[in-house]
Design a protein around this ligand. Structure first.
Ligand SMILES: [Zn+2]
Length: 308
């Protein structure tokens, strides 16, 4: 070995010694079990379900920030970086993520879990113009049915299916910890089953069934508890005057005095109707973090409106 070679070897050795911190990081990232699982979920409730199942094993990021309308959301570059580094992505499915192509393109290697898999979907009516008859829950008979109702998580029974799907996905990317995920899932499923039983007993005693909402988020909730959601908006579009007049008519006929609104939508048409029927406007949050507590609150508010 020439002197020059020995010098270069010494240089290489000292360089690798100086960079010791980098090589130990590389070592850590190669051990999948130490790093945990990186998960991105589309919405706050899906992120919450993922935390309930994943526990300490899973780092959860939510794509659509709180207070943002998921129907019209645009993923930011910083959110796309989170997606690039994810092991698993939990999407709502049922047509909610019209922006999903961009997410898939950002990371072709991650496992994508469709949370709606196995959920019995309600068809949503969206005729384009909203001067058609008020839908009193006769799902499936309108000829203008185009898509599924995407608000699947707002039914505790659906939430149980969603939680199961998330658990299956976590086991697929991190099979060594399957027992932890199954245990967390079962504990949370018990909580959701209790929530469902309580809501069932609340609404089984109610004679009145109709409730008026601004945005039709509560179709699955209504289906599960024998209620009828009367929606002012159908997804993003403002209603025409004939439709508004019809809702006022339904409200008067059924003696409904509460209009439920969602903070992500312009409350103007809800306020017009509330004024017309001398009623009140009450906010409900379909995207709250603490799912079970929020659903209990929603149940109380809707039950209260049916007692009036
Ligand atoms: Zn919605």
């Amino acid at each position: 070995m020439s002197l020059r070679c020995i010098f270069l070897l010494a240089l290489a050795l000292s360089a690798s010694f100086l960079c010791g911190c980098i090589s130990s990081d590389e070592l850590a990232s190669s051990k999948e079990t130490d790093r945990g699982v990186s998960l991105v979920a589309s919405t706050v409730p899906l992120g919450h379900f993922s935390k309930m199942v994943g526990g300490d094993r899973v780092q959860v990021d939510v794509l659509v920030p709180p207070g943002t309308n998921p129907h019209t959301f645009e993923p930011s570059p910083s959110k796309l970086v989170k997606v690039e580094n994810a092991d698993i992505y939990v999407k709502n499915g049922a047509g909610l993520e019209i922006w999903m192509d961009r997410i898939m393109r950002a990371n072709e290697d991650m496992l994508v879990v469709d949370s709606s898999s196995g959920v019995d979907l309600i068809e949503s009516t969206d005729a384009g113009d909203h001067d058609h008859d008020v839908n009193l829950g006769d799902h499936g008979v309108h000829e203008d049915i185009l898509t599924a109702d995407p608000h699947i998580w707002l039914s505790p029974q659906n939430a149980m299916i969603i939680v199961d799907n998330i658990c299956d996905g976590l086991i697929e990317v991190d099979p060594e910890n399957a027992d932890i995920y199954r245990k967390n899932r079962d504990d949370y499923l018990d909580e959701l089953a209790e929530l469902d039983r309580d809501l069932n007993s609340t609404f089984s005693e109610m004679d009145r069934k109709e409730f008026i909402v601004l945005h039709p988020s509560w179709g699955y909730f209504a289906r599960d508890y024998g209620l009828v959601q009367v929606a002012i908006l159908e997804e993003e579009k403002e209603p025409g005057p004939r439709y508004l007049a019809e809702i006022v008519e339904v409200a008067r006929e059924k003696n409904l005095t509460t209009i439920f609104v969602d903070k992500n939508f312009n409350p103007k048409s809800a306020e017009i109707i509330a004024e017309e029927i001398d009623g009140r406007v009450v906010p409900l949050d379909p995207l709250a973090e603490d799912y079970a507590a929020n659903m209990r609150h929603v149940g109380q508010e809707i039950a209260e409106s049916l007692k009036g």
